[in-house]
Write a protein that binds this ligand. Structure first.
Ligand SMILES: Cc1ncc(COP(=O)(O)O)c(C=O)c1O
Length: 458
């Protein structure tokens, strides 16, 4: 037996994990619903927030510093308040807060020899994560054979662009969708359809945009996107390396496309030797399949796919034919040992809870949440529109959809105990990314009763 196997077989380890789990559960299970702050903690908490604003160079969007414990979608903050967290760090904590599987996996990681994994030194779980993601991506034949781990969605996307440019040199242009968001590097700021996010940054890439799908005019918007794409390909022959797509525009406002819309665009790109990149950093794990490209039946077009957030470590998947011929891909870190172990535990939970499938838990909860929000739109006409989104990505437009109305509504929800976030512009929406591994109908009921209270007061 290897020393590592002997260590793991030591009964003290299982006993220690059991004790930790019991201690955590004893406190965690006391956090059962939302509540306001404790008056005696408010001053020290305000002081901590003020120090955070100085230390990080600006106040965080929410006055949120976690106390370090929660229970499912409930999280306790340092002022003693408890929030119903339906945004989970913008889609990161797929099992919510203080989940026992997270404790177990990160304790296991703590027993490994190093805190970080890297391209020079991999552990067996890095291999397991790569193989697992490839397996989840390929049951219907997507041409994805390799997986490169990284520490952010932005880096996963940077790697995807490198692979695309490298394979289509000297093509140097990118096609994106209106309203999209790709990440915060200088190159990705060009892909992101938000001029404010490029303020003062040099232009790093040539990017052209095509119109998004809109359900109110499915045929018209599909035709418009196809016409624009054809025009661009004619205007810049041979200059496009890739089409980069979010299949549900996340930051852009929770606009999903359809199979037909995406297929039309992807087929044209495929025929013109333009590679297709699906950005699944926000969508991964939230629709009827772990990968949204499978939900939309686009397997054969998946040249390169990026993911992150819920998986705790990020990744770029790509096909054998696209394997770079030079050393263009590497970073010191692939991910934290704990991130990789925790990511595997998240995948286990999501699969064992039946999140996926045409009538899987993600779809059923979407329908439940949708029907409750629809009732609110009927009860409060003009005060709420929607809902929008797909699976465990759901949003509504408050009132007139102005930025001010959305920000006021978001703050009101926060004060009442529900955490969501903004999405889109014109209209501005409130979006929710409920943790897919643990959100129940009971949690959705509570969220909707808070939304109703906020709307009634608006
Ligand atoms: C669709 C999409 N792509 C990329 C990113 C960037 O990921 P990260 O913030 O981990 O760099 C995000 C983050 O919100 C995203 O939603």
């Amino acid at each position: 037996m290897l020393h590592s196997q002997q260590l793991l077989a030591d009964p003290r380890i299982e006993q220690a994990k059991k004790l930790l789990q019991e201690a955590l559960a004893e406190q965690s299970l006391k956090i059962e619903s939302v509540r306001g702050p404790r008056p005696e903690l408010m001053e020290s908490y305000a002081n901590q927030l003020a120090r955070l604003a100085v230390a990080r160079g600006g106040a965080p969007y929410f006055p949120y510093i976690s106390s370090g414990i929660g229970n499912g979608p409930f999280v306790e903050l340092g002022d003693g308040s408890v929030k119903l967290d339906f945004i989970v760090g913008i889609g990161v904590h797929g099992l919510g807060h203080s989940h026992p599987a997270m404790l177990r996996s990160t304790v296991d990681a703590g027993l490994e020899d190093t805190v970080m994994q890297g391209n020079l030194q991999h552990d067996a779980y890095s291999l397991e994560m790569c193989e697992r993601l490839i397996r989840l991506a390929t049951p219907s034949g997507a041409p994805l054979h390799h997986c490169l781990l990284s520490t952010s969605g932005a880096m996963a996307n940077e790697n995807s662009l490198k692979i695309a440019f490298h394979n289509r040199f000297p093509a140097s242009r990118v096609i994106c969708m209106d309203n999209c968001f790709a990440g915060r590097s200088i190159a990705l700021a060009q892909l992101t359809d938000r001029p404010a996010y490029r303020t003062g940054l040099p232009k790093a890439l040539d990017v052209d945009f095509i119109p998004m799908f809109h359900p109110a005019d499915a045929a018209g918007t599909t035709r418009g996107a196809v016409d624009t794409l054809n025009k661009l390909l004619t205007r810049h022959p041979g200059e496009y390396a890739c089409l980069w797509l979010e299949l549900v525009a996340g930051e852009g406002g929770y606009y999903p496309g359809t199979h037909q819309y995406f297929e039309s665009l992807c087929q044209i790109c495929h025929d013109n030797n333009v590679l297709i990149i699906f950005d699944e950093v926000q969508t991964f794990s939230r629709l009827s399949q772990p990968f949204a490209f499978r939900h939309f039946g686009l397997d054969r077009f998946a040249d390169i796919v990026t993911l992150g957030k819920v998986t705790q470590v990020c990744a770029t998947l790509y096909g054998e034919k696209l394997k770079p011929k030079g050393p263009i891909l590497s970073q010191t870190f692939t991910g934290a040992t704990a991130s990789i172990r925790a990511g595997l535990a998240v995948l286990d939970e999501l699969e064992s809870k039946g999140c996926f499938g045409e009538n899987g838990w993600n779809i059923r909860r979407h329908q439940y949440f949708r029907s409750k929000l629809e009732s609110l739109t009927e009860k409060y006409p003009g005060k709420i529109c929607g809902p929008y989104g797909e699976g465990m990505m759901i949003a509504f437009t408050p009132g007139d959809g102005s930025a001010e109305t959305a920000k006021t509504m978001l703050q009101r929800l926060y004060d009442l105990g529900l955490m969501g976030f903004l999405a889109g512009s014109n209209p501005n929406r409130i979006r929710f990314l409920p943790p897919p591994g643990i959100t129940t109908e009971h949690h959705i009921d509570l969220a909707c009763s808070i939304i109703e209270q906020a709307i009634a007061e608006s």
